[in-house]
Design a protein around this ligand. Structure first.
Ligand code: NAD
Ligand code: IPM
Ligand code: MN
Length: 357
């Protein structure tokens, strides 16, 4: 039997993963899903219980699972904790341990949500972008890193952006392979005009393309222009390949194209045969945590990605996406989508649509 490790985490994390659990239970009871679900403390919840955001036991459980699905980590409660053991450090440590270097962040706008977007309907209708974000390198991990005190007593903060040929090439391969199964176009985003790592990025992607992927249409765009083009004409993009930091920022921006950041799921993948890490792209949303109003659809769509990409259940994945779409067609809207229903009611709407479909 396949195994799924749930890491609810902090803030709205436990609220949205509770709905994932209910969907899994429904699929097990009514649609033949055979899946063993385990759970571990993660992030701030793990700091409170064990003193560290990711215990060795939780990391080992993740590595031994077929898929890991997390809610969100972090929040003001842990803002005073040393950086090395902050909730976010637990997430970075998990990504490193799992070696999930390619983060797939699909951006689509469900027809029912065209009016929920802050952009004009004609700009977002039919939108279908796949952001491929490098996830285990770049400025998030480069050394040196830290805050040092200078002789005059002032301080200096340092982060290092660093990429090797191999790191760029493997994530670019993921982007090209995905493009072949979609619109066959890759746009690679960096800042080769000012950054040497960006220049290397462009050269490596160009070389790989010429060598192995000449059939895919490749374009390059400076990342600041991508940020602008995403709100100007987002439908020009098919697969958008980018580094860790730009991918983080551009995917939050792209989230709004789908109506709300509460809609965006993601899959972080490593080498074939290794477990995937599935996460909504949003955070722990401290401003609404504990109120039961968070949108659980990003987490539920992350489950759909896990079913498809790690759990050999592509049919159930498609059925779940169709149920989310039907729930939205039926008018289900959490507050972030301009509605009034709560987290649990949105879960109810998806389960009702599963039952009806
Ligand atoms: P955030 O994504 O938590 O929240 C940004 C805004 O979006 C808030 O107004 C929030 O209410 C809203 N929002 C987010 N998810 C929502 C949902 N599902 N439904 C409705 N509204 C939603 O970003 P932030 O406030 O910058 O970060 C808060 C904490 O989360 C920080 O500690 C940050 O490090 C952490 N964070 C964690 C992850 C993760 O675990 N993957 C991702 C991003 C941020
Ligand atoms: C994300 C988050 C994380 C990131 C943080 C919480 C470490 O913002 O998954 O988008 O920056 O990668
Ligand atoms: Mn982010």
């Amino acid at each position: 039997m396949k195994t799924l490790l749930l890491l609810p985490g902090d803030g709205i994390g436990p609220e949205v993963t509770a709905e994932v659990r209910r969907v899994v239970a429904w699929l097990a009871d009514h649609a033949g899903l055979r899946l063993e679900v385990a759970e571990a403390a993660f992030g701030g919840a793990s700091i409170d219980a064990h003193g560290v955001p990711l215990t060795d036991a939780a990391r080992d459980a993740a590595l031994a699972s077929d898929a890991v699905l997390m809610g969100a980590v972090g929040g003001p409660r842990w803002s005073g904790v040393a950086r090395a053991i902050r909730p976010e450090a637990g997430l970075l440590g998990l990504r490193t341990a799992m070696q999930v270097f390619a983060n797939l962040r699909p951006v689509q706008c469900f027809d029912a949500l065209i009016d929920a977007s802050t952009l004009k309907p004609e700009v977002v209708r039919g939108l279908d972008i796949m952001i491929v974000r490098e996830l285990t390198g770049g400025v998030y991990f480069g050394q040196p890193k830290g805050i040092e005190t200078l002789p005059d007593g002032s301080r200096r903060g340092i982060d290092t952006q660093v990429y090797t040929t191999a790191e760029i090439e493997r994530v670019a391969r993921t982007a090209f392979d995905l493009a072949r199964r979609r619109g066959n176009r890759v746009c690679s985003a960096e800042k080769s005009n000012v950054m040497d790592s960006g220049l290397l990025w462009r050269e490596v992607v160009t070389d790989l393309h010429a060598r192995d992927y000449a059939d895919v249409a490749l374009s390059h765009m400076l990342a600041d222009n991508v940020a602008m083009q995403l709100v100007h004409n987002p439908r020009q993009f098919d697969v958008l390949l980018t580094d860790n930091l730009f991918g983080d920022i551009l995917s939050d921006e792209a989230g709004m194209l789908s109506g709300s950041i509460g809609m965006l799921a993601s899959a972080a993948l490593g080498a074939p045969g290794t477990p995937g890490l599935y996460e909504p792209i949003h955070g722990s949303a401290p401003d609404i945590a504990g109120k039961g109003v968070a949108n659980p659809l990003a987490a539920i769509m992350s489950l759909a990605m896990a079913l498809q990409l790690s759990l050999d259940e592509a049919d159930l994945a498609a059925r779940l996406v169709a149920a989310v779409s039907a729930a939205l067609d039926g008018g289900a809207r959490t507050r972030d989508l301009g509605g009034t229903i709560g987290t649990r009611e949105m879960g109810d709407a998806v389960i009702a649509a599963l039952a009806a479909g």
